[in-house]
Write a protein that binds this ligand. Structure first.
Ligand SMILES: Cc1ncc(COP(=O)(O)O)c(C=O)c1O
Length: 481
């Protein structure tokens, strides 16, 4: 498909193509980055060839880069992370004005994958600043909890991403992209956050690297995750509120970026958005799975049998899964938020209940109505409230390489409580969804199966919410109604 075609994506997979002159008259109201409520997404179809071209022919777009010392072997296969398409999913459905910037980003990303100096700096930052590697912790009492009457059951391990600096896995990606932005000569970082963990991670990385930081956050989320708002401000970020929630904040972040392409860098915290954002976030989070493989080998001399992670947009799940996608004997399980129940209409189960469409620059499963309008997601875990999802996870669903299930608000709250009491660990409510699924999973597994759950973050931010819900529950009220 030609790069110059201006295409409007209409609900349920219908496309309308305009000629170059006709297009702006008809759709100029939707530029530069349409709000999802406009009902039509302006996009530029990019051929697969264009997306896989890598750095060839793009050198002139690069503002600044250090001489490359090539890393041997392992990094060669990283070319594959740069295709931007996962089956029919992914792509770059953006207005023409963003294309140059995205190509520049793609080019720089491809370079740093092979740049020994960048990789060494990143490794040092992950070790000394972020605090990696994070432990693969054997949860003895949780394991006992799932033993059957014969004393048999799986072994539960937690990948302790909650122990990272800032309290979540988000910093793995934030520090890497902030380094990339600095290398590209950008001075200001703009990012959107829901639960505030990506906001805190980005603000911290910006402080460390002396970058201006603007965080967009939905007004509702600012109330629900106020402790993270305070932290972001302490870290020197300008926190701007946006009417609504994460999807609205993300739309606004795109608009701010589109208005300041020369000096701003949009730091995506989710494995969504136009290429190269999903590949980049996944790549910088893949340290989780790489460590898990090594630690599993050290602890029991083999691979995990099952990996479990919560799914909001999919970045912590992909961070854990990616390393094992080719190991067919390792089950990959993503757990979405069923909120108040899948049939209540108030959930965030995009893969379980969504349909394919284009949103925020990429094709994936989406929560949308009959008209193709985005349906507002709901979860007690703010970080799972995303109407879209990673294109790569969409592909893993279709190919059945990964399995996806759901957990309700109440099941997540119960899991939060259980892990607090049994292990002395307070997981984020997002991670509690993955932990909740153990109730259904464990009875079906053979004795001694090794299960690794990604404990994606710490639950300080959720302590009050969990406490209020517990009080309401003990008074016979519905949690988070
Ligand atoms: C602690 C934590 N876990 C999980 C998520 C879900 O995001 P994703 O599915 O991209 O990993 C979030 C999002 O904010 C989060 O803060």
């Amino acid at each position: 498909m030609a790069c110059s075609l201006q295409t409007v994506f209409l609900p349920r997979g219908k496309f309308t193509t305009f000629s170059g002159n006709e297009f702006p008259r008809k759709m100029s109201h939707a530029l530069p980055f349409p709000a999802e409520s406009s009902g039509a997404i302006v996009c530029t179809m990019v051929s697969h060839e264009t997306l896989t071209r890598g750095v060839v022919g793009l050198d002139s777009l690069i503002t600044r880069r250090s001489p490359i010392k090539r890393l041997p072997l392992e990094t060669e296969k990283k070319e594959e992370v740069c295709s931007g398409k996962f089956g029919k999913y992914g792509g770059k459905y953006v207005p023409e004005i963003l294309m140059t910037c995205l190509k520049e980003l793609e080019s720089e990303f491809n370079l740093v994958l092979h740049d020994a100096e960048f990789q060494a700096e990143l490794a040092t930052a992950l070790k000394d600043y972020v605090g990696r590697e994070t432990p693969l912790y054997f949860a003895q009492r949780l394991t006992n909890h799932y033993k059957n009457s014969n004393g048999e059951g799986p072994e539960i391990y937690l990948k302790r991403e909650d122990l990272n600096h800032g309290g979540a896995y988000k910093i793995n990606n934030a520090i890497a992209q902030a380094m990339l932005a600095k290398r590209m000569g950008r001075k200001t970082i703009v990012a959107a956050t829901g639960a505030g963990q990506h906001g805190v991670a980005t603000a911290a990385a910006c402080a460390k690297l002396d970058l201006e930081c603007i965080i967009l956050m939905g007004s509702l989320d600012m109330e629900r995750q106020s402790s993270n708002v305070t932290l972001m401000k302490h870290l020197g970020a300008q926190v701007k509120f946006v009417d609504g929630n994460f999807k609205d904040a993300n739309s606004q972040a795109f608009r701010e970026w589109a208005g300041n392409l020369e000096s701003y860098y949009f730091l995506s915290g989710s494995a969504v958005g136009p290429h190269p954002c999903p590949s980049m976030v996944r790549e910088f989070q893949s340290v989780i799975g790489k460590e898990t493989r090594k630690q599993a080998m050290e602890k029991w001399g083999g691979k995990p049998d099952v990996l479990v992670a919560c799914v909001g947009s999919g970045s912590n799940a992909l961070g854990l899964f990616h390393e094992f996608v080719k190991d067919e004997d390792v089950r990959l399980i993503g757990v979405e938020a069923a909120g108040l129940g899948l049939d209540s209409g108030r959930h965030s189960a995009t893969l379980a209940r969504g349909e394919v469409g284009v949103y925020h620059g990429a094709m994936s499963y989406l929560l949308q109505d009959e008209e193709g309008q985005i349906i507002g997601p709901h979860s007690i875990a703010v970080g799972l409230e995303d109407p879209g999802v990673s294109p790569e996870l969409s592909f893993l669903k279709d190919t059945r390489r990964a399995e996806f299930y759901t957990a309700t608000d109440q099941e997540a709250l119960d899991a939060f409580q259980r892990v607090c009491r049994l292990e002395g660990i307070f997981p984020a409510l997002e991670a509690s969804h993955a932990l909740a699924f153990l109730e259904k999973l464990c009875p079906s597994l053979p004795n001694g199966a090794k299960v690794v759950v990604n404990c994606s973050g710490r639950g300080d931010k959720d302590a009050t919410t969990a406490f209020i819900c517990k009080l309401q529950d003990s008074n016979g009220l519905v949690a988070n109604a």
